[in-house]
Design a protein around this ligand. Structure first.
Ligand code: PMP
Length: 402
């Protein structure tokens, strides 16, 4: 299938032609089917990274392939002076999943979804934003202004100012930072990029109460947790008493195609006026057709239940190993962080890859799993079966890393 170039040649060509914005050596991939991918040399792996929680149904899922082919074959891109059925249908469908009246703005990525939320915040007439330390909201300048990771921000200062970062999970600090001048508070229900960090119970509910009392909008960044990743359509639905004003989505929504959404409720849904915002590709029918296929498949195949079941098996299996390198597992659904007792996650990733499994490392002591939502029993068994050998390869030979 891919006789053009092997791993080495593709890597050399990549280095010659693409900007070095990621730094780490990238594994060249040639094709995928379900949870399995093949590199350019033909070696296959089980993909537990899932395009960073993006391939909701794995690679080349027939429902997505069919929907995209049908749509691009009839009406592809139309830009923002026109509109079409798949875009309207996806917006209606999302609102039904939220179970609330609201309005949707479609874009192409998570950063853009948050950028739109940031601009909606300004349209309240207030400018102050409260975000959390360690948060990741994207790389565009507004999203970066809300991102709480100093290393990512520093080269680009000055960013839009009037953003206060407070410790994640600390309701008192949040209450102290939010004032009558605060336009919006933005929170990830689980901080994925920081290492799958879960806030204490009641945090989101407290955030809702605090924002409601001062008239600030509560924005939940569900780019990583949304669309079934954590076992319900949106992670906030697992928390009682939390009705956000805005939810941002991307990643899984397009099932592999670039698709983001800013979903707003109540007064937040009415703030964008003609001329305020837009994007050429946002809501294009092909990406929206893919989105509809993703939502249909999650529903028709009972994937929210599958997420919960496979999550429990993975958690129990990983913690049940009782391996000295494993402290505990955190997260929800199929967004799991294996917290290690030592900062050896890069080495675990390398050993996993050599054993035929792709995993991800958001922090030196955390291995992140984000497999497709239709992950099968055999794939879970294969991972759990291989894990002792992977951990042994790391703790046994003291390898020094990448
Ligand atoms: N928000 C969160 C919570 C994310 O995890 C990410 C991506 N990792 C983003 C926003 C940015 O999404 P994108 O890369 O599509 O711009």
């Amino acid at each position: 299938m891919n006789s053009v170039a092997g791993n080495q040649e593709l890597t050399a060509r990549w280095q010659g032609a693409l900007m070095n914005n990621y730094g780490t050596p990238l594994l060249p991939l040639a094709r995928g089917e379900g949870t399995r991918v093949w590199d350019a040399d033909g070696t296959s792996y089980l993909d537990f990274v899932g395009g960073i929680a993006t391939n909701a149904l794995g690679h080349a899922h027939p429902a997505v392939v069919e929907a995209v082919s049908r749509q691009i074959g009839s009406l592809g891109h139309i830009s923002n002076f026109f509109m079409a059925e798949p875009t309207v249908a996806l917006a209606e469908r999302l609102l039904r999943l939220f179970g609330r009246d609201g309005k949707v703005f479609f874009c192409n990525s998570g950063a853009e979804a948050n950028e739109a939320a940031f601009k909606i915040g300004r349209l309240t007439g207030r400018t102050h934003v409260v975000a959390t330390e360690g948060a990741f909201h994207g790389r565009t300048m507004g999203a970066l202004a809300m991102t709480g990771q100093p290393g990512k921000r520093e080269p680009f200062l000055p960013l839009p100012d009037d953003v206060t970062h407070v410790p994640f999970g600390d309701a008192q600090a949040l209450a102290a930072a939010v004032t009558e001048e605060t336009a919006l508070v933005i929170i990830e229900p689980i901080q994925g990029e920081l290492g799958v960090v879960v806030p204490p119970a009641g945090y989101l509910k407290a955030a809702r109460a605090i924002t409601a009392s001062t008239g600030a909008l509560l924005v939940l960044d569900e780019v990583q947790t949304g669309i079934g990743r954590t076992g319900q359509w949106f992670e906030y639905q697992a928390h009682e008493g939390v009705l956000p004003d805005i939810v941002t989505l991307a990643k899984q929504l397009g099932g592999g195609l670039p698709l983001g959404a800013t979903v707003a409720f109540g007064r937040a849904a009415e703030l964008l006026r003609p001329g305020h915002h837009g994007t050429t590709f946002g809501g294009n029918p092909v990406a929206c057709a893919a989105g509809l296929a993703v939502l249909d498949t999650i529903e028709n195949e009972g994937l929210l239940e599958n997420v919960k079941r496979q999550s429990a098996t993975l958690r129990d299996g990983i913690e049940g190993l009782g391996h000295e390198l494993i402290d505990f597992v955190r997260g929800a659904g199929l967004l799991l962080g294996i917290v290690l007792t030592e900062p050896l996650a890069p080495q675990v990733r390398q050993a996993a890859q050599e054993a035929g499994f792709l995993v991800n490392v958001p922090a030196p002591d955390v291995v992140r799993l984000m497999p497709p939502l239709n992950l099968g029993d055999d794939e879970v068994d294969a991972f759990l079966g291989a894990l002792p050998g992977i951990l042994q390869a790391v703790s046994g030979d003291g390898r020094s890393g990448e």
